[in-house]
Write a protein that binds this ligand. Sequence first.
Ligand code: GRF
Length: 232
Amino acid sequence: MTDGPDPTPLRVAVLVSGRGSNLQALIDAQASGRLPIELVGVFSDQPKAHALERARAAGIPAHACAPRDHKGRTAFDEALFGQVAAVQPKLIVCAGYMRIVSAAVVERWLGRMINIHPSLLPAYPGLHTHERVLAAGDAEHGASVHFVTPELDGGPVIAQARLPVQPGDTPATLAERLLPLEHALMIATVDLLARRNVYPASRTIGVDGRGVDQPLLLHEDGRLYDASGFVA
Ligand code: GRF
């Protein structure tokens, strides 16, 4: 996470459990020269995850590690994250990775592991976010990228994308409209982490030595802004 005109590509490992559309967004952005990263490995707890096929198709080493082959969460996490550590990532991106990571492993990667979550955190950590937004009658929904801490979906939020809820929305229509925003948010946030020094600071974040009180906001131009304007 260095600054400069021509940064060394950031070594990124991606953890996935399913479809892998957020992974694909990173693959495509990297391939088109928009993202200064190197995808050094894709790892899944689901050997049949479509995301692994996407990785292989892009020539990225794809690894499956099945929980049933290990005795308990700690043993599984040690095995999986041992494989992850072997590719020496500077950043781990959880992109639709559906398992809770044990606290010891989270602590080891603190500040170097992020997750994308389909809600405006701290609202609606956990599952079924679209349903819960509709049940509450919220006017707005969205997605967040946050640093992973031992608290589920509770780490400092780096950036968010906001989406108005429309009359007649269902969980399916919300999910469909949110997904492209998630992809843009994922690309912009990883780009920020590749170019700038971003770190967790209490419940918020810092960027290049400056505290940022509120999550950065994705604008329609695909860039991230804070209260005083353009950030990255
Ligand atoms: C996304 O909605 C993400 O926010 C959530 O799981 C979904 C993963 O989608 N955590 P994909 O596998 O990236 O297509």
